[in-house]
Design a protein around this ligand. Sequence first.
Ligand code: AVJ
Length: 346
Amino acid sequence: MEPIADPTADPSIRIDSHLDGVRERSLADDVLDGLTRPFKELPPKHFYDARGAELFDRICELPEYYPTRAERAILTASAVELAELTGAAELVELGSGTAAKTRVLLDALHEAGTLRRYVPVDVTESMVRECAQMLTEEYPGLQVHGVIGDFERHLDQVPAAVGPRLVAFLGGTIGNFPPGSRRRFLRTIAGLLGPGDHLLMGTDLVKDPDVLEAAYDDSQGVTAEFNRNVLRVLNRELDANFDPDDFDHVARFDSEHEWIEMRLRARREHTTHVRALDLPVRFAAGEELRTEISAKFTPERLRGDLSAAGLQLVSWLTDPDELFALTLSRLTDTPAPATDTSGASS
Ligand code: AVJ
């Protein structure tokens, strides 16, 4: 059957979806795997249903949660310099969301006259569509090629570059990966880069544990609600019967691993049922379910991770209080191969 041309379709927007049930399957797999372990665990990506995304937006406005403000301040102060350093024709953004921070970068690249295409990669189709619409109106001539998918699985769906590329992975989300998969993921990102391309990444920095713990355990209890929201996701998506009020929110800085851990602690002994998986899950009183790690970085640790992924630092940008860092990096220079002696190479 011929596709029916949509007369309202905007030729500057293309959106490809790679989701078809992937999300549902991954939730079921993660729950079956994570809730049957001796130390129960769920990956943080399942926080973000509509309510979770809304709660996260509220977190970003909290007085205790400094990362969003610090990162925006760095971006604002450095956007022109970043546009100059990268000369990017294309911005690929992993986990683009509403693209609020991205605008600062798009503005600078647009001003510099190099910007041609924006490639947002995100699981939420409605957000990508809305922001594609707005951005093509705001920046005449801009192409938007949205990739709807999970950035952990679908980076191979990012289209070939149209010119110097800047990949942005903002917000400190790289901190959600444990160290091994972090390096593996960085290597996958490096696969999106060619010579002359750059990665711009946001990372939260190691600091006073009280400041860190307050950022993940705010006085208004928004983060606690965000944490418990993952139980509501399981209730809805997998027909589970968690009572979120059966769990306390816990946020602790693990100074050995240099990461924040969020957990849900059972207030009493009880058994819940994840009916879609026919899975009873027993909690002892005080038993904890780990829902997130959020790694905090030192310059040394970040350099090590980047270099293990074949990347080298181009610039290290931080806010005046050194709370957060934005780093620009590129593929590590490799010595030119000395095997071609024919003189025929270009
Ligand atoms: C979106 C993953 C960067 O780790 O700080 C905020 C998520 N969790 N408060 C973070 C989060 C609790 C956030 N990231």
